[in-house]
Design a protein around this ligand. Structure first.
Ligand code: MG
Ligand code: MG
Length: 262
């Protein structure tokens, strides 16, 4: 269907506050699980902990059953970019594990991801994590009402390239609200083939750069979900749900109350 500006569902200040409440639960889930990410833990065990934390908070894990996805979190290790299915794989020292969680509280969605080092990562893995997190922060900082959406992807891509890394183009961020995925799509690169609306107050988007150590090309495994880098080099993924306000970006999934978004 052709896209039009009317497809973007802007949120009122009160609605953004409700989304903030959903996002705060999600941020607290991430803060709880960080210390659990240790060698020997299976990704299925991690998923079970996440689902319990989400449900104990009175929320619904939004990924479970989404297009048939079988778990509450997407857990993607090393060369896995996104959409990894939790299972019997045991995390090992030096792995990097991308954890992507969505939840619903009072009809409002929250979506966030972070990539965590297991034990002691190698220098290249650590640099990839640092740069990917910086990419997200720079993308968020580029936000202001009146600017075009493409300033986000332009900032992300410039930083990734400067570091010698590549940006996945076949998967992008998205609007979010009463649905997990709303318009507009939010590319993490300078994109000339997607609509480029002017950002307005009340726009809420999930920004989620996926940065690869090698090629930007990705392939989907035979499980129909897990996306891996075509060259099997490392990939990292960080995501925040962010509202555009008159004052600039408001990071709804900010971890805790500190200055740092993570
Ligand atoms: Mg996500
Ligand atoms: Mg997302």
């Amino acid at each position: 269907m052709p896209w039009s500006k009317q497809d973007i569902k802007l949120k009122s200040a009160a609605q953004v506050d409700k989304m903030q409440a959903s996002c705060e639960v999600l941020a607290s889930v991430f803060l709880e699980i960080r210390s659990l990410v240790q060698p020997g833990l299976t990704t299925a065990e991690l998923d079970q902990v996440i689902e319990k934390l989400v449900r104990d908070a009175g929320c619904v894990p939004s990924f479970k059953g989404y297009n048939g996805f079988p778990a509450s979190a997407c857990i993607s290790v090393n060369e896995e970019v996104v959409h990894g299915i939790p299972g019997s794989r045991k995390l090992q020292d030096g792995d990097i594990v991308g954890i992507d969680i969505g939840l619903i509280k009072d009809d409002w969605h929250a979506d966030s991801a972070e990539t965590i080092a297991v034990g002691t990562p190698g220098p290249e893995a650590q640099r990839l994590l640092t740069v990917t997190q910086e990419c997200l922060e720079l993308g968020i900082q580029a936000i202001a009402p009146g600017k075009r959406l493409s300033v986000i992807g332009t900032a992300i891509e410039a930083h990734a390239r400067q570091a010698g890394f590549s940006v996945v183009e076949s998967l992008v961020g998205h609007g979010i609200g009463r649905s997990l995925h709303e318009d507009p799509q939010v590319p993490n690169f300078r994109c000339f083939s997607m609509p480029d609306p002017v950002m307005e107050e009340g726009l809420v988007i999930a920004i989620e750069p996926m940065i690869n150590a090698g090629t930007k090309r990705v392939v989907t495994l035979s499980d129909q979900w897990t996306v891996v880098t075509a060259d099997r080099k490392l990939s990292a993924h960080f995501e925040h749900t962010v509202a555009v306000t008159a004052d600039g970006p408001r990071i709804l999934t900010r971890r805790g109350t500190g200055v740092a978004a993570f």
